[in-house]
Write a protein that binds this ligand. Structure first.
Ligand SMILES: NC(=O)C1=CN([C@@H]2O[C@H](COP(=O)(O)OP(=O)(O)OC[C@H]3O[C@@H](n4cnc5c(N)ncnc54)[C@H](O)[C@@H]3O)[C@@H](O)[C@H]2O)C=CC1
Ligand SMILES: O=C(O)[C@H]1O[C@H](OP(=O)(O)OP(=O)(O)OC[C@H]2O[C@@H](n3ccc(=O)[nH]c3=O)[C@H](O)[C@@H]2O)[C@H](O)[C@@H](O)[C@@H]1O
Length: 480
């Protein structure tokens, strides 16, 4: 029986390994992590991450050919294929701080693999890493190998949160990069055979190592660039009276451009887009390509601009101050159908409003108060470290409350900000919300989920990203 061990039981390691176990009953899959609470949760009825369809997959295989364990070394030493899916945060200190990937966790995993291995292994980069990381990993493994043969493969993951299971069941492509040597090709084939259990052969792309590593960074950069492009257009739409949804629809009808991923928003979030682009920027700079670096940097700059623009719009519309005013925040997760808050635009928007002394009342169907307090207390980039290393928020921020209902959040509020596109926000009783708010009642829709026309009829002053502005908003221009 082939044995797979995955180091890192997070958003990627957990779901990908659960799907491999489901689709390959003859393979034993063990997911290991240094975080005891995470592994305990994976072994319980309350999985550590919320992902539609994940519970069913885990329940089907757990205890049969899928196991979660903290016995990292034991399972690594027994495995034929070791996936490494640990954090690759942005460095916060030293050379490349604020841009370069911090490979501390990766390096420690590689050293541990070298130390405990007694048989040949295929080591698979599942984490997103800078191009050429495999070379460094190879050096660590071969210099400590005691005669054991290690083959390094790059097999980046393209799943998106909220649709992870669907994406894994039916991926657009699986990418495997390996050395162009007989040993490397044999390893590529072994991994290809795993995926071939359910992925059509033509969707399994095999490349050299560096193409695979770089393709992952490139794919995320292209995706984020689309959002920054449409968000940049949203600012121009507001200035001119064009409607960003109409523009995106018209542009996306061109089959060369395509309709997906063109929704204007308060800004993109999530654990990877910003981190991976910063990483790409750093690699370009290191390779003497400042023009290319600056090109990609602009994607992040526009994203930051979009979040600042939103906060400024809120404050400017409300007579240039939100001091002491209750502002309801609907949605804190970085997108719907996930409880993940990593790099969510809600953090910057909430920090901006708190900076203007607003009193926030936050509701998100999947995010806990503890998480929100942690997020708002944490320094930039600190979140991407194993949770037991994360600083616990020393004192709770007093000017915010977290509630479990949108009606509670909006009661007596001066304004509502919608920051995540949860489906339930489309069908709230906005008449009831309006009746219970201070007047004038403002609604700032950072995700274009509400019917602005209907809300205006109720009496709201409505701001929707990239849509023609109310007279009120035109009279109160925001300086970005
Ligand atoms: N979240 C996502 O949707 C995607 C993430 N990725 C990439 O996958 C990698 C992992 O991301 P996530 O799963 O989101 O991170 P995560 O933070 O959810 O999970 C990483 C896990 O690795 C564990 N870990 C760290 N060092 C370890 C060690 N030495 N031994 C054992 N366990 C260790 C941590 O405790 C943590 O549970 C990152 O490189 C990320 O860029 C790629 C595609 C999608
Ligand atoms: O490497 C990763 O981590 C993953 O990053 C993204 O996945 P994810 O961040 O989970 O979610 P997306 O659906 O890409 O959304 C990212 C952010 O962009 C925002 N977004 C997305 C689409 C859009 O049209 N507009 C928009 O503002 C979302 O609300 C969210 O905040 C990519 O889509 C995945 O392919 C990739 O594997």
């Amino acid at each position: 029986m082939v044995k797979i061990c995955c180091i890192g039981a997070g958003y990627v390691g957990g779901p990908t390994m659960a799907v491999i176990a489901l689709k390959c009953p003859s393979i034993e899959v063990v997911v290991v992590d240094i975080s005891v609470p995470r592994i305990t949760a994976w072994n319980s009825d309350h999985l550590p991450i919320y992902e539609p369809g994940l519970d069913e997959v885990v329940k089907e295989c757990r205890g049969k050919n899928l196991f979660f364990s903290t016995e990292v070394e034991k399972h690594v030493s027994e495995a034929d294929i070791v996936f490494v899916s640990v954090n690759t945060p942005t460095k916060t200190q030293g050379l490349g701080a604020g841009k370069a990937a911090d490979l501390t966790y990766w390096e420690s995993a590689a050293r541990m693999i070298a130390e405990v291995s007694k048989s040949d292994k295929i080591v698979v980069e599942k984490s997103t890493v800078p191009v050429k990381t495999a070379e460094a990993i190879e050096k660590i493994l071969t210099h400590n190998s005691k005669g054991i043969n290690f083959q390094i493969l790059s097999n980046p993951e393209f799943l998106a949160e909220g649709t992870a299971i669907v994406d894994l069941f039916n991926p657009d492509r699986v990418l495997i990069g390996g050395r162009e040597t007989p040993g490397g090709e044999k390893a590529v084939k072994a991994l290809k055979d795993v995926y071939a259990n359910w992925v059509p052969e033509e969707r399994i792309i095999c490349t050299n190592l560096w193409s695979a590593e770089l393709s992952k960074l490139a794919a995320n950069a292209f995706l984020a660039q689309r959002i920054s492009s449409v968000n940049a257009m949203s600012a121009l739409c507001e200035a001119t009276g064009a409607d960003v949804s109409e523009v995106a629809h018209a542009v996306g009808k061109d089959t060369r451009i395509g309709p997906k991923f063109l929704n204007a928003s308060v800004g993109f979030g999530g654990s990877c887009f910003q981190k991976d682009i910063l990483n790409l920027v750093y690699i370009c700079e290191c390779n003497g390509l400042p023009e290319v670096a600056n090109y990609w940097k602009q994607v992040i700059k526009v994203n930051d601009y979009q979040k600042t623009r939103f906060v400024n719009r809120v404050v400017a519309s409300m007579f240039n101050t939100v001091s002491g005013k209750k502002v309801a925040i609907l949605g804190f997760a970085f997108k719907k159908d996930t409880g993940d808050t990593r790099e969510t635009p809600a953090i910057d928007v909430c920090k901006g409003l708190l900076g203007d002394k607003a009193m926030l009342s936050i509701y998100d169907p999947q995010v806990t108060e503890d998480q929100i307090q942690r997020d708002l207390a944490m320094n930039k980039f600190d979140w991407d470290h194993p949770s037991h290393l994360q600083p616990v928020s020393p004192t709770a921020i007093k000017s915010l409350s977290v509630v479990w209902d949108a009606y509670d959040a909006t009661k007596d509020a001066h304004a509502v900000c919608i920051l995540t596109e949860w489906d339930e926000f489309r069908s709230l009783d906005y008449q009831r919300i309006y009746d219970n708010m201070q007047k004038p009642a403002f609604l700032f829709d950072g995700r274009n989920v509400v019917d602005a026309k209907k809300l205006r009829e109720i009496g709201f002053i409505v701001y929707s990203i990239g849509k023609p502005l109310d007279q009120w908003l035109k009279d109160m221009p925001a300086i970005a």
